[in-house]
Design a protein around this ligand. Structure first.
Ligand code: NAD
Length: 364
C-alpha cells in the first residue's frame, strides 16, 4: 500500500518532534512493507516569512492531494504583536476549515508509570483511558448570528450555538464507531436542561444509537462531566460533545496525563470504519513551545502517539498503530523520561534519544 502523507512541521519544537515521529514511521515502513510517500510543506511563522502567507496555496494543495497530514506546531513570539494582520496560528485554522475537519479526537491515557508524578491522587487517575470527540466546525464558535452592535443603552454582542441534525449525526456516528472498537460505552455531553441545541443533540444521538445496540449510551450534562472527569475518570470510554464544551473539557482532561508532551490528537473529515480510510490532520495537542525549541529537550511522545493515530484512522493500519503505542508504553516502563515527565530514579533523555529508543523498541 502506498500512502501519501503531507508533513507540515511548522515552528518552534514542531520540526524536532516531527523528526522523531518520522524515524518511527520509517521503522514501521520497514517492518510492514507499506510505502509512505512523504512531502514536506510550509505552514505557520516560517511560511509567513518565506511566502507572506501562514497557509501558502501549495501547502493547501499538497494537503488536499494527500491521504493524511502530519502536523507539528505553529506559533512564534515574533508574531505576538496584536496589530499584525496574519499570525502563524491562522495557517492551522485555515487548514481545518479548508479540509472540512469536523471532528477532533483527543485520547487521554494515564500511563501507570507516570501516575506518581501527577498532581492528582494516583488511585483516582490510574488506568484512565478515554477519548474525546469534539465537534470542530459548528456550534457556538461558528453559529450565526455572531456580531457586536451598539444601542443607546450601550454595547451588545451575540454568539449563536447552532446545529443541524446532519452536523450532529456525523459527529455522534463517529463516536459510536470508535466506542464499538473500544470498551463500548459512549457518553454524550450536553446542556439539555437549558439549551435547545442540546435537546436536538440528545434527540439525534438517541436516533443514531439505534444502529449501535452493542454500545451503552449515557447522556451527561456538561457541568456534571467537568466534575466527573476529575473524580471518576476511569468511568469514561468515548465522549462526544459540542465545539465549545469540548474545547474546555479536553483541556481539563489533558491535565490527567501529566504533560502536554504526552497527548496526541487527530482532526478527521470522515467516519473511519474498519477498512475505510478517513482523511485527517494529525497533531500533538501542544504548541510550538518556543522557550525549549532547539535544545533537544522537547518530549516527542505526543507526536509519536499522533503518528499512531494516523496509522489507525487514515492508513487503516491498526496493528501497526498498536505496535507504536506498545513500544511507547514499554519505553516508559523501562524508566526513560524526557525532562517534562522526569521523576526521581528515572533515566532522563533528550528528544532524539527518546525517539531512537522508541524506534529500537518497535524493532525489538
Ligand atoms: P505550548 O503548548 O507551546 O507550551 C505550554 C507549556 O508546555 C510550555 O511550558 C512548554 O515548554 C511545555 N511543552 C509543550 N510541549 C512540550 C513538549 N513536547 N515537551 C516538553 N514540554 C512541552 O503552549 P504556549 O506556550 O501557550 O504557546 C506557544 C506558542 O504555540 C504560541 O505561539 C501559541 O499560539 C502556539 N500554539 C500552537 C498550537 C498548535 O500549533 N496547535 C497549540 C497551542 C499553542
Amino acid at each position: 500500500m502506498n500512502i501519501k502523507i503531507a508533513v507540515l512541521s511548522g515552528d518552534g519544537i514542531g520540526p524536532e518532534v516531527i523528526a522523531e515521529a518520522l524515524k518511527v514511521l520509517e521503522m514501521v515502513g520497514q517492518y510492514t512493507c507499506h510505502e509512505f510517500s512523504l512531502t514536506h510543506g510550509l505552514v505557520g511563522g516560517e511560511a509567513i516569512e518565506r511566502t507572506g502567507s501562514a497557509l501558502p496555496d501549495e501547502t493547501l494543495a499538497l494537503a488536499r492531494a494527500s491521504d493524511a497530514v502530519l502536523f507539528g506546531a505553529v506559533g512564534d513570539p515574533k508574531f505576538d504583536d496584536p496589530g499584525l494582520k496574519m499570525r502563524p496560528e491562522d495557517g492551522l485554522l485555515a487548514l481545518r476549515k479548508e479540509l472540512g475537519l469536523f471532528a477532533n479526537l483527543r485520547p487521554v491515557m494515564v500511563y501507570d508509570e507516570l501516575v506518581d508524578g501527577a498532581i492528582f491522587k494516583p488511585d483516582i487517575i490510574r488506568g484512565a483511558d478515554f477519548i474525546f470527540v469534539r465537534e470542530l466546525t459548528g456550534g457556538l464558535y461558528f453559529g450565526q448570528p455572531k456580531k457586536r452592535w451598539t444601542v443607546p443603552e450601550g454595547r451588545r454582542a451575540v454568539d449563536s450555538m447552532a446545529y443541524s441534525e446532519q452536523e450532529i449525526e456525523r459527529l455522534v456516528r463517529l463516536g459510536f464507531e470508535l466506542a464499538r472498537a473500544r470498551r463500548r460505552k459512549l457518553t454524550s455531553v450536553d446542556k439539555a436542561n437549558v439549551l435547545e441545541s442540546s435537546r436536538l443533540w440528545r434527540e439525534v444521538t438517541n436516533d443514531v444509537a439505534r444502529d449501535y445496540p452493542e454500545v451503552a449510551l449515557e447522556h451527561m450534562l456538561v457541568d456534571t462531566c467537568a466534575m466527573r472527569i476529575l473524580l471518576t475518570p476511569r468511568d469514561f470510554d468515548v465522549l462526544v460533545t459540542e465545539n465549545t464544551f469540548g474545547d474546555i473539557l479536553t483541556d481539563e482532561a489533558s491535565l490527567l496525563a501529566g504533560s502536554m508532551g504526552m497527548l496526541p490528537s487527530a482532526s478527521l473529515a470522515g467516519v473511519p470504519r474498519e477498512v475505510e480510510r478517513a482523511f485527517g490532520l494529525y497533531e500533538p495537542i501542544h504548541g510550538s513551545a518556543p522557550a525549549i525549541a532547539g535544545k533537544d529537550i522537547a518530549n516527542p511522545i505526543a507526536t509519536i502517539l499522533t503518528l499512531a493515530m494516523m496509522l489507525r484512522y487514515s492508513c487503516a493500519l491498526p496493528e501497526e498503530a498498536g505496535l507504536v503505542e506498545r513500544a511507547v508504553a514499554r519505553v516508559l516502563k523501562m524508566g526513560y523520561r524526557t525532562g517534562d515527565i522526569m521523576s526521581e530514579g528515572k533515566k532522563q533523555v533528550g528528544t532524539k534519544e527518546m525517539g531512537d529508543i522508541i524506534v529500537r523498541e518497535i524493532a525489538a
